[in-house]
Design a protein around this ligand. Structure first.
Ligand SMILES: O=C[C@H](O)COP(=O)(O)O
Length: 249
């Protein structure tokens, strides 16, 4: 069974520098604690420096393919060999800008696990889907693509991040109650197939999380931490968010 643990993950997207790796790793090494996982996802070229800094490191995406003629793609084994331990799959920017389908995301999830990386499966609905009351349907389909390909047991060694697309980078956070409702839906859905696995699963919330709203979000029963974008580029904000996740799971 997976071990449910508080986690704060910082996705730098296409931002960052060697200087920021140093600054953030110094700040994180001061707030690290056994009771939670802190992971940073810098752009690929900064992965070795982040690993060397001692902060748990992940990649922001990965190829679904094994090595071959795929110009510009990065193989999961190479990411693993560099010392990274996690990879984001299905971030909404990958889905919308790079047309990644649910099926492709499931293939990336599979390839990550094949080499021993822990995938963080990102799910979430767009603004119009939310307005049309389709949140649960969209999130269920995104998770089902992985379950159909690999079986529910594959979720044991993974993390799920719920990120409503309308809350990403917009300053419009889901309310703690709104987010909790979707997190409970996700856990209940997985529990209907394997209740131990669902209880052990870490489920993160993402979308305009900052040091002012993180405490109330993380206090919700089914929210085990956050996937942080903008605020993960500022040491003071990110470490405050990390501190607010301590002792919440
Ligand atoms: O991966 C992180 C999310 O896209 C959230 O980004 P944000 O915190 O800037 O809204």
């Amino acid at each position: 069974m997976a071990i449910r643990k508080a986690m704060v993950a910082g996705n730098w997207k296409m931002n960052g520098s060697l200087e920021l790796v140093k600054q953030m790793s110094d700040a994180i090494n001061d707030v690290k604690s056994q009771e939670m996982d802190i992971v940073l996802f810098p752009p690929f070229p900064l992965v070795p420096a982040m690993v060397a800094s001692g902060v748990s490191t992940g990649a922001q995406t990965v190829s679904e393919n094994t090595p071959g003629a795929f110009t510009g793609e990065v193989d999961a084994q190479l990411i693993k060999d560099l010392g990274a331990t996690y990879v984001l799959v299905g971030h909404s920017e990958r889905r919308s800008i790079y047309n990644e389908s649910n099926a492709t995301v499931a293939e990336k999830f599979a390839r990550a696990q094949q080499v021993g990386l822990t995938p963080i499966l990102c799910v979430g609905e767009s603004e119009s889907e939310q307005e049309n009351g389709q949140t649960e349907q969209v999130v269920a389909a995104q998770i089902d693509a992985v379950i159909e390909k690999l079986g529910v047991a594959a979720l044991k060694d993974s993390v799920i991040a719920y990120e409503p697309v309308w809350a990403i980078g917009t300053g419009k956070t889901a309310s703690p109650e709104q987010a909790q409702t979707v997190h409970k839906f996700i856990r209940d859905k997985i529990a209907s197939l394997d209740s131990n696995l669902a209880q052990g699963l870490t489920i993160l919330y993402g979308g305009s999380v900052n040091e002012k709203n993180s405490e109330l979000l993380f206090a919700q029963t089914d929210i085990d931490g956050g996937l942080i974008g903008g605020a993960s580029l500022k040491a003071e904000s990110f470490t405050a968010i990390c501190n607010s996740a301590k002792g919440t799971v």
